[in-house]
Design a protein around this ligand. Structure first.
Ligand code: ASP
Length: 436
């Protein structure tokens, strides 16, 4: 049962969750079948795009209302916005520390593996230079670190809430929801009905997620088959994978260390939870992240798994995961650092310690600024390259496999958010924990 904070608890959770345990297996089966289909019949697989898009849109459709009602629910549950101080500081501290740790792991791994050195630098790099850098998808991309910082602050504030909602910019919606809910907590009985409505809408949206998860194996099958089918239909997938294999190894090893060592140690030290059981409990969300390459689209599933499977207090989940989906991106930060240093290696540019520190800091900021949508990290990486004067054309080297690596970094992003909710739960006010 999703929202225990709700005054109107519907039926028992066991009835609703029957068959839930097998769902992860169904999703896994869907992914395996999709990969087989994409390799055996790539053109057919590519045609499954429509099914994937329908599933993705159904997920995205509930993100905005869910963020608004869940953040409000969380604040109302705290009873007083002043109680937000400690968990708020804990969440921001956790986001920053884990992102920095991820970047450090990335920098170490890319220096050890040295993937750029193995490249036939003349041929490939020159070709990349000739082709020129790809046009960035985001015309408003910041040009310098100062602009990036200003942009980050301004991401919090909007002059038009409806426009932010329409563009799925979650941060201003979160700011609005916190202030609005804080006002409701001061109203007391005057706003009782509205508070009830918010809880009930939130509950209904979480049930919506449960319903969507029933079709997740099919949706995920279509998403994965279509993307891999499209890549394979061109017939160049294996050659591309081979040419940047070492770079991919560096990114994937870094992500694996962060996901299976760093984050688990933090979770265990702070919460004494078994981190690997936790990963299994979050598996539906992790597989959805792997299939959609979008933290935002995965958010409804992240919240559902964190509350229903990992049994984290709804208030912590409601508060930590929506914010985390937008600003806590360990995987993206790690990837940006690895990619930037890889490009430097490929171009034969050596980066000293100061440069590498600049890479670490800018990769952290660039990841915070990246939206939770597919390949957003590729756009904000331009900042990292510019900060240490690396050629932006280098992006052409990593472009062909970015869609694939994006899935893995998004999975780590989502894992970081879920673990953050478990960590912050520890510092929630005592009475809140008792209620949850
Ligand atoms: N796709 C990532 C996410 O949604 C962001 C990125 O690294 O491009 O979390």
């Amino acid at each position: 049962m999703p929202m225990s904070a709700s005054p109107a608890d519907p039926e028992s959770s066991s009835a609703k969750k029957s068959g839930h345990g097998n769902l992860t297996l169904w999703i896994l089966g869907g992914i395996v079948l999709a990969l087989v289909t994409a390799f055996v019949a790539p053109h057919f697989a590519a045609k499954l795009e429509l099914g994937g898009e329908i599933f993705l849109n159904l997920l995205k459709m509930i993100v905005v209302p869910l963020v608004i009602t869940s953040v409000m629910s969380g604040i109302i549950g705290l009873g007083d916005v002043r109680k937000l101080g400690k968990p708020g500081a804990a969440a921001i501290g956790y986001y920053l520390c884990t992102t920095l740790l991820a970047v450090i792991v990335g920098i170490l791994v890319v220096n050890v593996i040295n993937p750029g050195a193995g490249l036939p630098d003349t041929e490939q790099v020159k070709m990349a230079m000739e082709q020129g850098a790809p046009e960035p998808k985001d015309a408003n991309r910041p040009e310098s670190v100062g602009e990036l910082l200003r942009g980050l602050v301004m991401l919090l504030f909007t002059d038009n809430l409806l426009k932010s909602a329409a563009e799925v910019q979650l941060l201003p919606l979160i700011v609005f929801s916190i202030i609005f809910a804080a006002i409701l907590t001061m109203h007391g009985s005057k706003s009782e009905t509205l508070v009830k409505v918010i809880h009930q809408v939130n509950d209904a949206l979480m049930d919506f997620v449960l319903l969507l998860m029933k079709i997740a194996p099919v949706g995920i099958f279509c998403l994965v088959a279509a993307r891999f089918g499209e890549a394979n239909a061109e017939g160049t997938l294996l050659a591309e994978l081979k040419s940047v294999g070492k770079y991919m190894t560096a990114v994937l090893s870094g992500l694996a260390i962060h996901g299976f060592v760093t984050l688990p140690v933090i979770l265990w030290v702070i919460t004494r939870r078994n981190p690997y059981r936790f990963i299994i409990q979050m598996s539906k969300a992790l597989l959805t992240a792997l299939s959609t390459a979008s933290s935002s689209a995965t958010l409804p599933v992240t919240m559902e798994s964190a509350i229903d499977e990992a049994k984290i207090s709804p208030k912590s989940v409601e508060f930590v995961t929506p914010l985390g989906a937008t600003i806590n991106m360990d995987g993206t930060a790690l990837y940006e650092a690895v990619a930037a240093i890889f490009i430097a290696q490929a171009f034969g540019i050596s980066l000293d310690l100061t440069d590498q520190i600049v890479v670490a800091v800018t990769a952290t900021l660039a990841a915070i600024g990246a939206a939770g949508i597919p390949e957003a990290g590729l756009v904000t990486m331009i900042i990292v390259l510019k900060a240490v004067n690396l050629p932006i054309e280098g992006i052409a080297l990593i472009l062909s496999v970015d869609w694939l690596l994006d899935r893995f970094r998004t999975t780590i992003n989502v894992l970081g958010d879920a673990m953050g909710a478990a960590v912050v739960e520890k510092v929630l006010p005592a009475e809140t924990e008792a209620e949850a």
